[in-house]
Design a protein around this ligand. Structure first.
Ligand SMILES: Cc1cc2nc3c(=O)[nH]c(=O)nc-3n(C[C@H](O)[C@H](O)[C@H](O)COP(=O)(O)O)c2cc1C
Length: 158
């Protein structure tokens, strides 16, 4: 099974999280691909893979600039994504109380609207907490893969 991590980022934190997962979780799946969202559109979901959206939040609760094309294509070129299983890592900052982690949450909402199935809960990271998102995000991802995502993918292909 392949894990495909799609990264929405402005100042690379989400990319560091994805790269840390790529190194640390290599023993759990056949392959881990990390893709910045720049230039992507809805066709990225055509592949038979497990997806992980890893996105920060900018503006007033918007997806980062490099994620906008992919996010908008989910509306502009909609298609049924019932075959897609995905998880979400949403990075934000609690000081933006009204829009905390909206970048990742917006992807989640739109993917569900197209029939894609989220595995597990959205994992949230608060930049103002003083914790390291690479460390915590990687630990979350290991558990998520072992306890939820891999069993769900095996069940779906059985
Ligand atoms: C200008 C600006 C606007 C932001 N807006 C939000 C926001 O609306 N909601 C939120 O939860 N976090 C917001 N953040 C926090 C970032 O999402 C957070 O720091 C994240 O870890 C950055 O990840 P990145 O380096 O991958 O872009 C904002 C940060 C900046 C600098």
């Amino acid at each position: 099974m392949k894990l495909k991590i799609l990264v929405g980022t402005m100042t690379s934190t989400a990319d560091y999280v994805a790269q840390s997962i790529q190194m640390d979780c290599a023993d759990l799946v056949d392959e881990i691909e990390v893709l910045l969202m720049d230039g992507l559109d809805i066709s990225v979901f055509d592949e038979d893979a497990l997806y992980l959206i890893c996105s920060s939040t900018y503006g007033s609760g918007d997806v980062p600039d490099n994620a906008r094309g992919l996010y908008e294509s989910l509306d502009a070129q909609p298609k049924y994504l019932g075959h897609v299983r995905y998880g979400v890592i949403a990075l934000g900052d609690c000081t933006y109380a009204q829009t905390f982690c909206f970048g990742g949450k917006k992807f989640d909402e739109r993917l569900q609207g197209l029939g894609a199935q989220r595995i597990g809960e959205v994992w949230l990271h608060d930049a103002s907490a003083g914790t390291f998102p690479e460390e915590l995000g990687t630990a979350w991802c290991r558990e998520w893969l072992q306890n939820e995502a891999i069993p769900a993918m095996q069940k779906a292909s059985a």
